[in-house]
Design a protein around this ligand. Sequence first.
Ligand code: ZN
Length: 337
Amino acid sequence: MFRDLWNRIKSRLQRKAVILMYHQVCEKKADPWQLAVTPENFQYQLNHLKNHFDVVSVDELVATLKTGRLNGNLAAITFDDGFIDNYTNAAPLLEWFELPATFYLTSGAIRSPKLFWWDELQSIILLTETLPRKLAIKIGTDDFVFEFKRDEVLRPNLSQEILSWSYGLPVKNERIDLYFKLWQRIQPLQHLDQYTIMRTLRRWSKLEYIPMGINAPMQPYQVKKLSDNKLFTLGGHTVNHAMLSAQTELVQSYEIKDCKIDIEEISGKSVKGFAYPYGKYNHATKSLLEQNGYNYGLTTEQGPVTVNSDIYELPRVQIKNWNEKEFAFQLTQVINN
Ligand SMILES: [Zn+2]
């Protein structure tokens, strides 16, 4: 009991820093994973950071952790995936506030632009007016079968229900049910299998063409421009947004190594940071990062970092579409608990 109390006191006294995790800064129609922050709220959040934190790059934060001493209220801003709005919406605001940020890029998406599978899945399952009643598809080694009983047509109130749903809320309709089941099954697969399934789903839904719009990845020239800016740093996020823990070591090695080569080729600068897609990794992943010259690895685990954090397992704080007050409250919660 005393030990518990002592640990609690120690944890309160220990200095903590936060690494903020963003994905997109834009308005999104459906956002089941709450990954998008509106430009307006992003601006409020940056304003709060500017006034209450010492915002540094992740490189600098990691270097500070290595000294064994954390001073001040350190915070670092990160973006995963490499969406185009990072360049068009986030970067200009970061520049205006003169705040550094690191962008972890899925290099394959930048080299050959296409939608990420989860955004495509969202368009097909959640936003298509009418879907065929029955879906029978092979996913990995499983035969997946789903039959709509009532929600194959997107009635206005169903549409509303879908747009306001996010992960964690109860699943009240078949569209969300189907979306989530497919999402779970597609996520661990290899890139080529994901691609094949998405093609099958596109044909099944009769959606020939899905515009990329705001979900497009950045283009190489935009990546280069970001990297030329002193405020910004680029990091790796695999070639194909692979769930590394579900892949063989050979695939992991390719995803980790080639992503670094790709980004270094585009930017002309060396890449030292890495963020695990879906926050998933295993022991082999961590060694591969070290072997390939990455200095640290970021997870999606929620929490602050301290000098005792493993630098290949640094937790972050997922930032949602909060206004300044809510943002301030959430950061305080993370730091004080
Ligand atoms: Zn990601």
